[in-house]
Every structure is written in structure tokens, then in C-alpha cells.
Design a protein around this ligand. Structure first.
Ligand code: ADP
Ligand code: MG
Length: 338
């Protein structure tokens, strides 16, 4: 059996069923943004790890080392945010080709440290190895949460409303501009590129949303709306309807000329926005709206286990999860089939 036949999530599903078992001390393990590990009757340790690999996640021709360091912290902080936790400690594993210079490592750590400092996260360890190929950065992020306010992927129920913070599709459009080469001159285009290179993890919003008690399920948008809403639906055993006219698009995305696809396509399938996607029972929507967070209602959870996109005329079509799959046929950096 080849990995390209079962895909990244097929592989993770097999690892999950073959080698792990649910435990009352680790009620949330594989299958969520971070594992939730019980330390005492109320305190929970959140643990997550994400890796960035040269040639797969980034290309040094289009990314500076500072941004790379920033992003490697951001993607992990975002997973703690999605659980409604507070990030506390971080460990950094590096695989470095021999050609790497001290200046490059310093820039990487400057970027990483800038974002860690912003969120008061301490860098407490890691590992350093030579890499035979490209640069590899593997970050472990540890956070803290209260048992009662953890926001797992599995809590969505039929009838819940679906919300996202911020705007969707910007980072994917920014990546396309970067990969096409040339400098992004217009302000809007620069903004899109910035969102790809230096995403802002929604840590404060995640904490506030969890503490409000309004949220039934939450995930961060790392693979794209369709794919990540699909994860909520799968873990919660439900489906969802998303209204295309409700998707929040930035002015930068709508106004930038020369993009290959329509703004909606980036919003549905583009990844790496690191916004928070969450569900709320209707009776809690009024309390939610009193929180001072920029979010938009985009759809509803349904009993039927499928993902549907509703267009302006009310027609429904199946929304396919076109997010990135590491063993799929689409190459992340080139965007073409391999
Ligand atoms: P995210 O996009 O939020 O970082 P992933 O899609 O990377 O999440 O992973 C989905 C889930 O599978 C997570 O709970 C993660 O911890 C788990 N997971 C991923 N790879 C492995 C692996 N090789 N072994 C065990 N668990 C894994
Ligand atoms: Mg995540």
C-alpha cells in the first residue's frame, strides 16, 4: 500500500487505530489541533508539534529566514489557540545542511523569538542535527488550559452556527504572488504576501472564545476552509453548509489584480490563514456577539454528513476538501500535479 493511495490523513488514521488507545488521562490525542493531557483535576497540558521542511513547506528563494522563524512559531501557537489554551513553552528541533551560516540561524531565531516574546512563550530546549538535504525546523509547543474550556474539534452539533475569525484566502493568494516572482508593489498585494510569510496566530481570540463558553468546536485554518471544516465535521460526525456570499474576503484579496483564481477559490481551498474556525449553538450566539472579536457567521452544521456550498441563488453543491495532502498528487510549492 502506497502512501499516495491513502493520503496523509489516511496514514494518520491508521497510526491512530493501530498504535494508540484512548486514556482518561489523555482524553484528546491524535485527531485534534493539540493533545490535551490531564495533570490535575482542573489543569490541562496542551502539546502540539509541527514541522517545516525546505522544498516542501518553503523555498529559501521566496522566504527570508526571519519570516521562517516567525512562521514556525506561528503555526504551533495557532494550534494551541485552536484548543482555547495559553501557550507557555517551546522546544525547537533543527536539521541544518552544512552550507547553513550562523547569520542564517540568527535570523531564524530572531523571527521565532519575536513572536514567542509577543506571546510570553519561553524557549526551553530543542535538538540540533545536520540535515543531508534541506533545512528542517520542528517546533514543539506546550500550553495550558482549563478542563472545562477546552475547544476540541469533536463538539459540533447539528444546528450549530459556523463562524470564522478575520478573512480567508489571503495567505494562499500571497503565496501565489511570491511564487510568481517579482516584487509585490501595491499595498494590497504586499498585505497578501505578508499574511503568507508572517501569519498572526489568533491566541488571544482563541482564549476569549474558549472562556466565553459559547464555542462547541474549534480548529485553526491551516489547510484551507473546506479541509479544516471537514476535520470538525469528521470528528463531530456531522456535516456543514457554507454560504459563499458570507465568506469574509479582505479588500486586499478582492482588489489585487492578476491572481490566477477568483477570490472565493482562495477562501475555500487556500491554506495557511491561521484564522479560527468555530461552531456555536444558536442559543449562545447573542453572548458570542458581545465579545470584541472580528468574526463572521458563514454557515450551519447539518445532520447529513457532507460538506455543501450554498451559492447566491440558494443552490447547493458539494464542497470538496481541496486542502494540501502531503502524499497527494499536488505539489505544495509548485501548485501543480506531480
Ligand atoms: P494540524 O494541521 O492542526 O497541525 P495535523 O493535520 O498535522 O494537525 O495532524 C492531525 C492530527 O494527527 C493531530 O492530532 C496530530 O497530533 C496527529 N498526528 C499527525 N502526524 C502524526 C504521527 N506521525 N503520529 C501520531 N500522530 C500524528
Ligand atoms: Mg491545527
Amino acid at each position: 500500500m502506497k502512501l499516495e493511495d491513502i493520503g496523509e490523513f489516511g496514514l494518520i488514521g491508521r497510526i491512530r487505530t493501530l498504535f494508540t488507545q484512548p486514556s482518561p488521562k489523555a482524553p484528546i490525542g491524535i485527531g485534534d489541533d493539540a493533545a490535551a493531557l490531564f495533570l490535575s483535576s482542573a489543569a490541562v497540558l496542551l502539546a502540539t508539534t509541527d514541522m517545516l521542511i525546505e522544498g516542501v513547506h518553503f523555498d529559501l528563494a521566496t522566504t527570508d529566514l526571519y519570516s521562517l522563524g516567525w512562521k514556525s512559531a506561528a503555526v504551533n501557537l495557532s494550534d494551541i489557540a485552536a484548543m482555547g489554551g495559553v501557550p507557555r513553552y517551546c522546544l525547537v528541533g533543527l536539521g541544518l545542511p552544512r552550507r547553513t551560516t550562523m547569520e542564517q540561524v540568527r535570523e531564524l531565531y530572531r523571527g521565532l523569538h519575536a513572536l514567542l516574546r509577543k506571546h510570553a512563550v519561553l524557549l526551553v530546549g530543542g535538538d540540533t542535527c545536520r540535515s543531508g538535504r534541506g533545512l528542517v525546523i520542528s517546533v514543539v509547543m506546550l500550553g495550558e488550559a482549563r478542563k472545562r474550556s477546552i475547544t476540541a474539534r469533536s463538539g459540533a452539533r447539528s444546528g450549530d452556527l459556523v463562524f470564522t475569525t478575520g478573512t480567508l484566502g489571503d495567505a494562499a493568494a500571497g503565496f501565489e504572488l511570491l511564487a510568481a516572482g517579482g516584487r509585490a508593489r501595491k499595498r494590497g498585494a504586499r498585505k497578501l504576501v505578508e499574511r503568507h510569510l508572517r501569519p498572526e496566530p489568533r491566541v488571544e481570540w482563541g482564549g476569549k472564545l474558549a472562556a466565553s463558553g459559547c464555542v462547541s468546536a474549534m480548529i485553526d485554518v491551516s489547510d484551507g476552509l473546506a479541509s479544516d471544516l471537514g476535520h470538525i465535521c469528521e470528528e463531530s460526525r456531522v456535516g456543514a453548509e457554507v454560504h459563499e456570499g458570507l465568506l469574509p474576503l479582505s479588500r486586499a484579496l478582492v482588489s489585487t489584480q492578476g491572481l490566477k483564481q477568483a477570490p472565493l477559490a482562495y477562501a475555500l481551498s487556500g491554506g495557511e490563514d491561521y484564522e479560527l474556525l468555530f461552531t456555536v449553538p444558536p442559543r449562545k450566539a447573542a453572548a458570542l456577539r458581545r465579545l470584541n472579536i472580528p468574526f463572521t457567521e458563514i454557515g450551519t452544521i447539518i445532520r447529513r454528513r457532507s460538506l455543501l456550498l450554498v451559492d447566491h441563488a440558494g443552490r447547493r453543491r458539494r464542497l470538496t476538501a481541496a486542502g494540501y495532502d502531503h502524499f497527494g498528487k499536488r505539489d505544495r510549492l509548485q501548485g501543480r500535479r506531480r
